[in-house]
Design a protein around this ligand. Structure first.
Ligand code: PMP
Length: 373
């Protein structure tokens, strides 16, 4: 084949010179870099998935339920049970991971000539999916302690009048949560800034909320049709391989995203697997308490060793500060432990794993201290 590179192709200008999302997938003994749940699915659930998928396989000659009604009903039931706010299938939409949910939201409410904002450092895919959907991206500020400074955030919203506002709480990669009062104030600021049009959409990304010390912001949906809460089965449910994300919002939002979703976007196999997983919600979520206490142990032990640690409401911990975070990441990897360098200068992120994995990580960073001395 002749040597042709991306830039030799007529790719869109905004994609030139850019890199794809790329958390390394390395085969090392301890992988604590992508905020997965470390526990494999329990065997009774594996059995139930097999049964449900076998049944679905009999009908694979047909397209799946395009409106995903049974799964949306079960997701609404789960949210109602855990979120102290009643929701029905008309409030819920599901897609292949919350990344696809976010993509559908940006295709619906962003796009060329529109802008989205997030308060960075935050989940990098918000910016990347904005670019992919032709939506302008504004990097909003965070303070030195990684909290969202309300006055600064309100100012930038008033000035730039974004169409979509992302609030990630608990935030990735920093781990800290955004107080509900701040979310409410940003919602008001976003609507005020776009008052002469139909307002702005505020997307609260709650991918990690099950690990939080606080509650979900689902009750804030009451009377706020421009609010969307995005969730996933990749973290607390321990089902990252399933690729199932979902949102809760006013039914009009659910109707609106259907304007852009691909027909039959959620395969019959995915729907069957997710339904089986939801039948086992209690078993899956029992690991959450254990992971929360391991997260708290990581925070305490890292501080005891002498690291700075950002408060965490998630299943991961941001720690530093390193003169050269990438070099530190490499030295920890040399000891067989893969953590994440999110490009936040001076800081790295570690996912809470099993107690044995966390011990291996703590041993590696204790050794590492002797390097930075
Ligand atoms: N939101 C946040 C804040 C995340 O950290 C992640 C995954 N790292 C996602 C969304 C996407 O998750 P998924 O597509 O697996 O649902």
């Amino acid at each position: 084949m002749t040597d042709v590179r991306i830039d030799d192709l007529p790719v869109r200008d905004e994609l030139r010179g850019k890199s794809p999302y790329g958390a390394p997938q390395l085969d090392v003994p301890v992988r604590l870099n992508t905020n997965e749940n470390p526990y494999p699915l329990p065997e009774p659930l594996v059995e139930r998935i097999t049964e449900r998928v076998r049944e679905a396989a009999r009908h694979l000659n047909r397209y799946p339920d395009r409106d995903v009604v049974e799964l949306r009903t079960e997701l609404a039931r789960y949210l109602t049970k855990t979120g102290q706010y009643p929701l029905g299938p008309e409030n819920v939409w599901a897609a292949n991971g919350s990344n696809e949910v976010i993509q559908q939201l940006l295709q619906t409410f962003g796009g060329p000539g529109r802008t989205a904002i997030g308060f960075e450092p935050s989940y990098s895919m918000h910016a990347l999916i904005s670019r992919g959907t032709g939506t302008g991206w504004v990097s909003g500020p965070r303070g030195d302690d990684f909290t969202v400074d309300l006055a600064a955030a309100e100012k930038v919203i008033a000035e730039l009048r974004p169409d979509v506002v992302f609030i990630t709480t608990p935030n990735n990669p920093t781990g800290n949560a955004v107080p509900p009062e701040t979310v409410l104030a940003l919602y008001e600021a976003a609507q005020a800034a776009k008052a002469e049009t139909a307002g702005a959409m505020v997307v609260v990304d709650e991918a990690y909320v099950e690990f939080s010390h606080g509650d979900s912001l689902l009750p804030l949906l009451e009377g706020r049709p421009h609010l969307v809460i995005s969730r996933t089965m990749s973290k607390a449910f321990g089902a990252a391989g399933l690729r199932l994300g979902y949102l809760a919002a006013h039914p009009a939002v659910v109707d609106a995203v259907q304007l852009v979703r691909l027909p039959y976007h959620l395969s019959a196999v995915t729907q069957a697997t997710a339904l089986a997983a939801l039948e086992h919600t209690d078993t899956l979520l029992k690991y959450v308490d254990q992971l929360k206490s391991e997260r708290d142990r990581l925070v305490a032990e890292l501080r005891a060793i002498g690291y700075e640690v950002t408060e965490s409401d998630a299943n991961f911990v941001q720690f530093g500060r390193f003169p050269d975070a990438h070099a530190a990441w490499q030295r920890i990897l040399d000891r067989g432990v893969l953590v994440r360098d999110n490009g936040v200068p001076g800081w790295l992120r570690v996912t809470a794993g099993t107690p044995a994995e966390n011990d291996a990580f703590l041993d590696a960073v204790r050794e590492h201290l002797s390097f930075v001395g």
